[in-house]
Design a protein around this ligand. Structure first.
Ligand SMILES: C[S@@+](CC[C@H](N)C(=O)[O-])C[C@H]1O[C@@H](n2cnc3c(N)ncnc32)[C@H](O)[C@@H]1O
Length: 319
């Protein structure tokens, strides 16, 4: 029996009836993302939401929508920090299986039709399945995979997306065709009637595509060989330049740059504080270490933020 290509196998392995996410696996049990580090990412997001609110002249309701919300950590933190919006903030977590959420945070399985405010896709695009291809004997071929992860090469692929964004030329070179992510992002941005859409993820650019592609798996905190049997997360980096070109003009920064633009800076507690206020020093040191993790250029700080404003001039770096 012929095995499916990676895109089909990936979709079934994550989102099919017995899929990894569809049966309720919580990202927090398998990998670490910025919302799990502490409240500092949410503080930055609330600062951005405040800019959206001002640009839209304080709408009621002001939406915050977290797409692919995982365990709902970011939605819950933004809700808790959202008192400044004086009852106008409507927070919704979009996720396949309902996470545990505080009263007042809405949940839906489907994307909203219309958003007035801010929609965020935090590590959502990387989880959207793509076609995986490999160069073999001067032809680009589709990669197929069996449930135990054994790969085989299938038919010849011709793709405008590959030609434009990730042309292959060397035997053994691999790529993930990001057209599904570009389309998903354009669809999400189009749902923002007024405000902005923000994608945060790991990715690459045309100047430095990884030779062997980026398809990989995560299980119980470890990076593993991707096996499409529902036992692990399957992910691939985002081709940022392609996603950014899928909509109108957007702003693209590293997470480190974006956090600085939103006022989240590294500020270790004052040297003398440990003697005068040990608990205050401990809290300050904890915050400094969490911010350092979010800003680390070799880790989460090297992620990218893509902000696409709609109907109002909303920016991370102020002109
Ligand atoms: C990599 S996890 C990120 C979780 C969270 N945003 C974070 O950063 O901690 C991706 C999440 O997107 C969810 N997801 C993927 N496609 C979705 C869809 N079409 N609708 C709702 N949730 C989706 C998955 O179930 C999974 O929980």
């Amino acid at each position: 029996m012929a095995h499916p290509d990676w895109q089909e196998a990936w979709r079934a392995a994550l989102y099919g009836p017995l899929g990894f996410f569809a049966r309720g696996s919580r990202p927090a049990d398998h990998f670490r993302t910025s919302p799990l580090v502490g409240p500092e990412l949410a503080e930055a997001v609330v600062e951005l939401l405040d800019r959206v609110d001002v640009a839209l002249d304080r709408p009621n309701p002001l939406d915050f929508v977290d797409v692919g919300a995982g365990g709902g950590e970011l939605a819950a933190q933004v809700f808790a920090l959202g008192k400044r919006f004086r009852g106008r903030l409507r927070v919704r977590a979009v996720e396949l299986v309902r996470p545990s959420l505080p009263a007042g945070v809405e949940w839906s399985r489907e994307l909203p039709d219309q958003v007035t405010g801010l929609v965020i896709a935090h590590e959502w695009l990387d989880s959207l399945p793509c076609q995986v291809v490999q160069m073999h004997e001067n032809r680009v071929r589709e990669v197929h995979v069996s449930p135990d992860g054994t790969e085989s090469l299938g038919s010849v692929v011709s793709s405008q997306w590959l030609d434009a964004w990730w042309p292959l030329s060397v035997e053994g070179q691999r790529a993930e065709i990001g057209a599904t992510r570009d389309a998903a992002w354009a669809d999400l941005v189009a749902r923002v009637a007024a405000g902005a859409a923000l994608a945060v993820d790991y990715g690459h650019f045309a100047a430095a595509r990884p030779f062997a592609g980026t398809l990989t798996g995560y299980r119980a905190g470890r990076q593993v060989t991707p096996v499409p049997d529902g036992s692990c997360d399957i992910t691939a980096h985002v081709a940022w330049d392609a996603v950014a070109a899928a909509t109108g003009p957007c702003e693209l920064l590293t997470q480190r740059e974006a956090l600085a633009a939103l006022g989240i800076a590294n500020a270790p507690p004052a040297a003398g504080l440990a003697a005068q206020d040990p608990l205050g020093w401990l809290a300050g040191a904890g915050r400094a270490s969490r911010v350092a993790e979010l800003r680390d250029p070799a880790g989460l700080g090297g992620f990218h933020w893509l902000l696409c404003p709609r109907s109002a001039p909303i920016r991370l770096v102020r002109a």
